[in-house]
Design a protein around this ligand. Structure first.
Ligand SMILES: [Zn+2]
Length: 570
């Protein structure tokens, strides 16, 4: 509470004119990008939700992007390149996903919105102003620095920074532009795009050596370089930086330790310090900040941290246990009127006029909830809809199905009932399938046990929604028996096995199979190729729970079992 007030005061002091560009469409319309690249498609969502909730920014700081026009893109990129972006194969190659899983128009909408925002942010920053200190803008998607005039590469179809600079030049802006590229990879595309620009300087710190980059003040740090080495190099770079009239800062998230593509080893505190030092160095220079890469679970925290640095100049860490989806869904639930999810009170249970899921939710109420919590908008972008929800009684429990009405195909199937588990009333999930029938299995995306088609990439949203259903039913949490290793693995951050020893064996299994891709690890367990302390190991589908009010783990018992067992793959 006090923190909220303090942040509001700091926001007034430091960030009241910070422009934050964001659209829900910044989320890539891809179902498999997280598994394939480690990129968190919800990064911009998580960051903006957290910044608003923590009062680091206010609603009036937000700006709505427009799609960049092809006339703007064509100032930098060749017709051949722009033409190729209309084909799923081109975009699938740079992301990299299977072309069957790539809706071209929606994908380009995401990138054109980000690009339009970078252009308009830059325009706003150089517009005449009374202020003597530099104004700042943060675009929550952008910094596509690997795109060259004629080549799309490395997650970058077009180069938003170069397109924005060319837009300003056409409008008569003659000032010197600074590009401070702090992504973990070198700005090869930006250097190529800006080669003809009359007045610019590019400074960069990377963790990968891609050879010499003409026109770039490039520092390559050794693999694993941490906060101290990085900040020393940053101070040196900033001391060499010339004066400028507009800056673009690529505050890359892939400098974070453990990133799957970046090779540096910064902590979250180190990333925040980086941003504060750059912001100080640009005190008088208007700047546009962009997130660039980030391929770790916590990369959204780097981006939210950039917003904390710009909005309230704060070093306060984002709480480790903070779950952005759970927080957002709980806020949406508070905004629901109680009558929206459940059946009409007048109809009641026994009227027979409307079947209720778990005695509470109507099909209409479930469909509306799927819309409000953002699942239907994402499915629409993936090419599905209009939708229909059906409720049926099953042998055990009841099913609720979301169907794609035109094809009649099932997209989401939930079979559940109320059950007493671990001494508490729980929402027990017998079966949950998230089906993406338009996508195909491929060498990169192999079938997992229990799948007939690839998944939708919405498991986190569905889990948060199930938790809201449990709250609505007055239950204490969610429970399920994971039929295979990958199901327990995916739920491991919020769910625990009821039995501490079972949890210990599971954590030991995660530890010992860490070197294997998830699908391969799952198959190894299912096919009996894993041994525990030398004896064949059979998957134990015991009860896992997620409490609405989190309960402390019995860490002692968990650790004891975890140390006792050792798994090996034959
Ligand atoms: Zn990168």
């Amino acid at each position: 509470m006090l923190r909220g007030i303090e942040n509001r005061v700091r926001r007034w002091l430091f960030g009241r004119d910070l422009a934050v560009w964001y659209a829900p469409e910044y989320r890539l319309p891809l179902s498999n990008v997280e598994t394939r690249t480690g990129f968190e498609p919800r990064r911009a969502d998580y960051a903006v939700w957290y910044l608003l909730e923590s009062n680091a920014i206010a609603g009036r700081n937000l700006r709505t992007p427009r799609r960049a026009e092809y006339a703007e893109l064509a100032r930098v990129h060749t017709p051949e390149l722009l033409d190729s972006l209309g084909r799923a194969e081109t975009l699938a190659r740079i992301w990299p996903v299977d072309p069957s899983d790539l809706p071209v128009d929606e994908m380009m909408t995401t990138f054109r919105l980000a690009c339009g925002a970078t252009i308009d942010a830059a325009r706003e920053m150089v517009a005449p102003s009374q202020r003597i200190v530099g104004r700042r803008a943060l675009n929550l998607f952008g910094g596509f620095h690997h795109a060259k005039p004629d080549v799309a590469a490395g997650h970058c179809p077009v180069n938003d920074v170069a397109v924005a600079i060319s837009a300003l030049r056409v409008e008569g802006f003659r000032g010197r532009v600074l590009v401070i590229d702090l992504d973990a990879h070198p700005p090869d595309g930006t250097a190529a795009c800006l080669a003809q620009d009359p007045s610019h300087w590019i400074g960069s710190i990377s963790g990968s050596d891609w050879g010499s980059l003409p026109g770039v003040d490039e520092t390559v740090l050794p693999e694993g370089a941490g906060d101290e080495a990085y900040l020393t190099a940053l101070d040196a770079l900033l001391s060499r930086m010339p004066g400028g009239d507009l800056a673009f800062v690529l505050a890359g998230g892939d400098v974070l330790s453990g990133d799957s593509l970046g090779r540096l080893g910064l902590t979250l505190a180190g990333c925040r310090e980086r941003d504060l030092r750059v912001a100080d160095a640009l005190f008088r220079v208007p700047s546009v900040w962009l997130p660039a890469g980030g391929y770790a679970r916590d990369s959204w925290r780097v981006l939210a941290g950039t917003g904390m640095a710009l909005g309230i100049r704060s070093r306060m860490p984002i709480p480790k246990r903070y779950d952005p989806l759970a927080a957002k869904f709980s806020a949406i639930a508070r905004s629901f009127s109680p009558a929206e999810l459940d059946g009409d009170a007048d109809l009641g249970l026994g009227s027979g006029r409307s079947k209720l899921f778990l005695g509470f939710f109507t099909a209409e109420g479930i469909e509306h909830a799927l819309h409000r919590y953002g699942l239907l908008p994402q499915l629409t972008r993936m090419g599905y809809g209009p939708f229909r929800v059906e409720i049926h009684d099953e042998g055990v429990g009841q099913s609720a199905r979301l169907l794609d009405a035109p094809s009649g195909q099932v997209l989401i199937e939930l079979v559940a009932e109320k059950q007493r588990i671990a001494g508490a009333e729980m929402l027990y999930v017998h079966w949950l399938a998230l089906r993406h029938p338009r996508a195909h299995f491929s060498e990169e995306r192999r079938q997992l046990p229990g799948q007939d088609v690839p998944g939708l990439g919405l498991a986190r949203e569905m889990s948060a929604l199930l938790l809201r259903m449990a709250v609505g039913l007055g239950l204490e949490g969610l429970a399920l028996r994971p039929a295979a290793y990958h199901l327990a693995y995916r739920g491991r951050e919020s769910m625990r096995f009821v039995d501490p020893a079972r949890q210990g064996r599971f954590e030991a299994l995660v530890r010992d199979l860490a070197g294997l891709p998830l699908g391969e690890a799952t198959r190894a367990v299912m096919e009996g190729r894993v041994s525990m302390n030398g004896a064949p190991y059979k998957w134990e589908a015991d009860e896992m729970v997620r409490w609405i009010k989190p309960r402390p783990d019995d860490r002692l018992a968990i650790e004891a079992e975890k140390q006792r067992v050792k798994f090996e793959v034959a």
